[in-house]
Design a protein. Structure first.
Lengths: 160, 217
């Protein structure tokens, strides 16, 4: 049984493929730096198809959707960290270049082993629905991006 | 790895109005945008919402636009060094608001579900961004009705006209990172508790764009 710890995780961004039903293969470049955690939630619409005469409710699965949250130690000004590629979608004057009207493709690695060809990654185009920048005495400045998936969420597992 | 300590933050808000009198400005990279040369001054200036291009006169070149939130102008055909003068008291002078110990800035984008028929197969919802808005919450230890002894107006006296607030992550000596935008006061609440410190929460509602700037712009 494989167990993946938090240190194995990463996030990368890339320009979306333009086809929201078939996102591009995830790239391990453009890692988003200083990320402290990420979460991914996938939801399926549940449709009530109970008909007259039934005793128990019956359901069918409908549309799928997904959301993600990324929390990082803030440093949008350092473009090598690629935080600006996310914030570009909601704040003017950033230099991010990957986002299109469909968002950016975000690649969420549960297992990222650089150079070993081993990857476990969820990926898809996403829009930033909300950004929270927090500055408090006694803490460092942090940022949390709430992302809404735009189209298909893919998963790929390569290597061993 | 870069971290920005919370205690270096500041909130800066308008306290008065003035005119530029040959204020030195500098070009941002190779763009047409010109900002106030002195960073400390730049971080304590903005234009009023009512400011227009005709209120400003550069020492050379032609003004083609203004960005009030960050007190910058767009100029074509200028020859360095460039200075900027203004009339009609549309330049806001700003000061640090005392007592604050944290702020949270939230930028939200309205996403409209634009999922269409797929003709079959598993389908994921698709969305289109529409309108972006922002708000902020800041907390301070209440001192008096004014922000600081140097601030002319109290929060409640500012009125209904949107004004610029700079949410500063680090001061001029530390790169001058800040978010700037017009806003109005949505709510002010004061809490007094036995055994506690009188505290105040101020909620801002953004009006228009929120901008991010550094020492370079």
């Amino acid at each position: 049984m494989a167990v993946y710890t938090g240190t194995d995780g990463r996030i990368a961004v890339q320009a979306p493929s333009g086809d929201l039903t078939s996102p591009s293969a995830p790239s391990a470049t453009n890692l988003v730096g200083q990320v402290t955690d990420w979460s991914l939630s996938v939801q399926k619409d549940i449709l009530d198809v109970t008909a007259l005469g039934k005793t128990y409710r019956e359901h069918k699965g409908g549309l799928l959707s997904w959301t993600a949250e990324v929390t990082a130690i803030w440093d949008v000004a350092d473009t090598s960290l690629n935080q600006d590629e996310l914030e570009e979608m909601v704040v003017s004057d950033h230099g991010g270049t990957l986002a299109t009207g469909d968002g950016v493709q975000i690649n969420l690695y549960t297992d990222y082993t650089s150079g070993a060809g081993s990857r476990q990654v969820y990926y898809g185009a996403a829009l930033v629905e909300r950004a929270d920048i927090v500055q408090r005495i006694g803490s460092t400045v942090t940022v949390r991006y709430s992302l809404r998936g735009n189209g298909k969420l893919g998963f790929t597992s390569t290597g061993s | 790895m870069s971290v920005f300590y919370g205690y270096r933050g500041m909130l800066v808000a308008p306290t008065g109005v003035t005119n530029f009198a040959s204020e030195p400005i500098q070009q941002v990279g190779s763009t047409d945008e010109y900002v106030i040369t002195d960073l400390s001054t730049r971080m304590t200036r903005s234009f009023l919402l009512s400011a227009t291009e005709s209120d400003f006169t550069p020492s050379s070149g032609t003004i083609t636009g203004i960005t009030p939130e960050v007190a910058s102008v767009n100029i074509t055909g200028a020859t360095a060094p460039v200075t900027l003068s203004s009339t009609n008291l549309v330049v806001a002078t700003m000061q640090v608001i005392g007592g604050f110990h944290d702020w949270e800035l939230t930028i939200e984008e309205n996403l409209v579900d634009t999922t269409t028929f797929s003709g079959g197969g598993r389908v994921y919802r698709q969305f289109t961004p529409v309108v972006t808005g922002w708000s902020a919450v800041a907390r301070r230890f209440w001192v008096d009705e004014r922000f600081t002894v140097d601030v002319a107006s109290t929060m409640q006296e500012i009125g209904d006209a949107p004004f610029v607030v700079h949410f500063i992550l680090s001061n001029a000596a530390l790169e001058g990172y800040r978010y700037s935008g017009f806003c109005t006061i949505e709510d002010v609440s004061i809490d007094e508790m036995v055994g506690g410190v009188t505290s105040e929460v101020v909620r801002f509602r953004g009006y228009g764009t929120i901008r991010f700037r550094t020492k370079d712009n």
